[in-house]
Design a protein around this ligand. Structure first.
Ligand code: FE2
Length: 423
């Protein structure tokens, strides 16, 4: 017996009038006018039904800490790191858990059901690690939280960072992080990449490094990351986050770099909201956009996802957990305005990050988890354009969030008829 059938859905691949039959938390069948009797029916009425949004780059230990202990005045990455350093010693586990849990509620309401969060391991108490492991356990029934051991102060620059990183992995953190551009020298940055990739290979783990988050075109740690990925056979298990220096690199050098990334199967994670606000701060005019080369990497066959990175923290004073806002900013900054490119921006906050996180059972095929979002939009492009309301969010076939449609009543003099349109 089918538990639930969603009728007349538009899917992200552009197909229309599709039914999705769900049983025991999984997708049973997808097709047109399925001859199925179900206990419950949802009429999608030509709206977009998609697997959930996925944020593959976030900092949940800093979320909702805006203004603590003060606001970032320069708006730069480096003041943000210094500010976080001021906040770290006074963090409490209770406050970390409370803020993270609150943000996860926002995420669910926005149809964001999988998050990869970096967690700073440079505090010897590993307070944030313990807190986010607790949050991971608490939210597991409705949100997949993957944690990255992130040495914010540099794995070589900070004397206890490597030992702390090993401890964090032993405690249950999933992924190995890094920040080569923050080490003392380029050579130390390269050495940190080697060290961390070898550790990940030894432990059979994925790697996700903050890499070249800089406007310096000579910051080329992504080359070293691609090198060690292919040397150690880590293909498909490594991601470079930010990669903003690539924006400023020499074109000839990039023409060599992208095939190396492709060969190694290294994925790229851009963070449009943060890159457009943090980068180019030392420029006068023209000011560089700072985001990495997204369309060029896609054309080279490299997986590119968009992450949210920050919400109300030392680095970013806005944000709401809405991956459609992230996709919209990415689309604008990268000038991805063709039909295909706009669809790629939607994929950059859904299926591509799901692949990078190696999420089990993600998708719209029979056997996949019945984790779905029904939006007030006819297509993925319209969803980005309108930042559409997430009418229903389903986890394992059960509605876990519902948002009513905003209602506008328009009265115009001399116009007798009522005009209906999406807002
Ligand atoms: Fe980040």
């Amino acid at each position: 017996m089918t538990d639930l059938i969603i009728r007349n859905a538009n899917l992200p691949d552009g197909s229309t009038g599709m039914d999705i039959a769900i049983s025991e938390g999984r997708i049973q069948q997808v097709g047109k006018q399925l001859p199925v009797n179900a206990n419950e029916t949802i009429d999608a009425a030509g709206n977009l039904v998609t697997p959930p949004f996925v944020d593959v780059h976030f900092h949940m230990d800093a979320v909702l800490s805006y203004g603590l202990p003060r606001v970032n005045q320069s708006g730069t990455l480096l003041e943000g790191i210094a500010l976080w350093g001021e906040l770290k010693p006074v963090l409490t586990q209770e406050a970390l858990i409370e803020r993270a849990m609150h943000y996860c509620d926002w995420a669910v309401a926005k149809g964001l059901l999988a998050i990869r969060s970096h967690v700073d391991i440079c505090d010897d108490r590993l307070l944030a690690v313990e807190a986010l492991l607790e949050v991971k356990r608490k939210v597991a029934p409705y949100l997949d939280l993957q944690l990255v051991a992130f040495p914010q102060d540099g794995v070589l620059r900070s004397p206890t960072a490597m030992a702390n990183l090993r401890r964090a992995i032993a405690m249950g953190v999933d992924v190995v992080g890094g920040i080569p551009h923050f080490e003392r020298t380029m050579a130390e940055g390269a050495e940190s990449v080697r060290l961390l990739c070898e550790f990940a290979a030894e432990k059979g783990l994925q790697v996700d490094m903050h890499c070249d988050e800089s406007d310096d075109p000579m910051s080329r740690h992504i080359e070293t990351l691609a090198f060690h990925t292919q040397r150690l056979g880590l293909h498909g298990r490594v991601a470079g986050s930010h990669l903003t220096s690539m924006h400023s690199m020499d074109n000839y050098y990039v023409s060599k770099l992208l095939p190396l990334m492709r060969e190694a199967g290294v994925a790229a994670i851009a963070n449009p909201l943060i890159n457009i606000t943090l980068q180019g701060r030392h420029d006068t005019y023209p000011k560089r956009r700072g985001m990495t080369r997204v369309p060029e990497m896609l054309a080279a066959g490299i997986d590119v996802a968009f992450g949210h990175d920050c919400v109300l923290d030392p680095w970013y004073s806005l944000g709401s957990g809405d991956m459609l806002e992230v996709a919209k900013m990415g689309l604008h900054v990268a000038q991805m305005t063709s039909q295909q490119a706009m669809q790629q921006c939607f994929q950059a906050v859904t299926e591509v990050p799901a692949r990078i996180m190696a999420l089990d059972g993600y998708g719209l095929h029979p056997g996949c988890n019945a984790d779905l979002v029904i939006l007030d939009a006819g297509s993925s492009i319209e969803a980005i354009r309108l930042q559409s309301v997430r009418r229903y969010v389903l986890r394992r076939g059960k509605i876990i969030s519902e948002t009513p449609l905003p209602h506008a009543s328009i009265r115009l003099d001399g116009r007798g008829e009522k005009v209906n349109f999406r807002i």
